[in-house]
Ligand binder design. Structure first.
Ligand SMILES: Nc1ncnc2c1ncn2[C@@H]1O[C@H](COP(=O)(O)OP(=O)(O)OP(=O)(O)O)[C@@H](O)[C@H]1O
Ligand SMILES: [Mg+2]
Length: 220
């Protein structure tokens, strides 16, 4: 089993959106998935309660219970555990980072998000755990050229000394509308740009944590 935490101390950066999407991405490729909702807001649990049909299992938990939950998940033959975390200072994120094979640091391309994430990146490095930065809610390129805010953000992210995902998640209305039915952009229309970027991000993440592709999409 592999565990992936989605973290950011900034509220609203897209942790829950990404955690739910990655959980469904793994489910669509045949994984048995557990989404551990470690945020007292319970947004991820709320989203998945609205889902009809098969999907990731969701458990409401807290940081200090994650290890026990992980042991139980291994016993229950879960393939992938995704942790949605609250927007809190790094001290409270330690459990999530420590139990995970990869921590995804979700950052919007803004000065305040990047400034806040510097310290989080430092904590991931100090704990000697693998981390990956995912830029989210980025404006779209114009005629193939990244907007200045994205260029500046990519330059600033170099200072974090953590790898940056080669896929940038753009600000798209689809990410907002799908969650009310507990679905992923990949389940809307596999050809839409959001589905393509999310599928590609999952592919990148799974190669990092599993060292290989683990399965093709099987379900519409
Ligand atoms: N790529 C995106 N494009 C458009 N909207 C997005 C995108 N990612 C997230 N959002 C929207 O941004 C808002 C915040 O997202 P989300 O709840 O996932 O963030 P969060 O980091 O989990 O917030 P919190 O810190 O409150 O837990 C939501 O309205 C969500 O629909
Ligand atoms: Mg959230």
């Amino acid at each position: 089993m592999r565990t992936i935490a989605v973290i950011a101390r900034k509220g609203g950066s897209g942790k829950t959106t990404l955690a739910v999407h990655l959980a469904i991405a793994a489910h669509l490729r045949g994984h048995k998935v557990l989404l551990a909702d470690a945020d007292a807001q319970r947004s991820a649990a709320e989203v998945l309660r609205g889902r009809q049909g098969p999907g990731p299992e969701v458990v409401e938990t807290t940081g200090s219970k994650l290890f026990t939950l992980q042991v139980a998940a291994v016993r229950n033959a879960v393939d992938t555990m995704i942790i949605d975390t609250p927007a809190v200072l790094e001290d409270e994120l330690g459990h999530s980072i420590v139990v995970s094979d990869l921590s995804l640091l979700v950052i919007r391309p803004t000065f305040l998000d990047i400034a806040a994430a510097l310290r989080t990146a430092e904590v991931i490095r100090r704990l000697r755990k693998p981390g990956l930065i995912v830029l989210n809610q980025a404006p779209a390129p114009r005629e193939g050229v990244e907007p200045p805010a994205v260029k500046r953000a990519l330059e600033a992210l170099m200072l974090m000394r953590l790898p940056v995902a080669p896929l940038i998640l753009r600000a798209r209305a689809n990410y907002q509308s799908v969650l009310e039915s507990g679905r992923s952009v990949e389940e809307l229309d596999p050809a839409n740009p959001a589905a393509r970027e999310m599928g590609a991000l999952w592919g990148f993440v799974e190669r990092l944590v599993y060292g290989r592709r683990t399965g093709e999409r099987t379900e519409a």
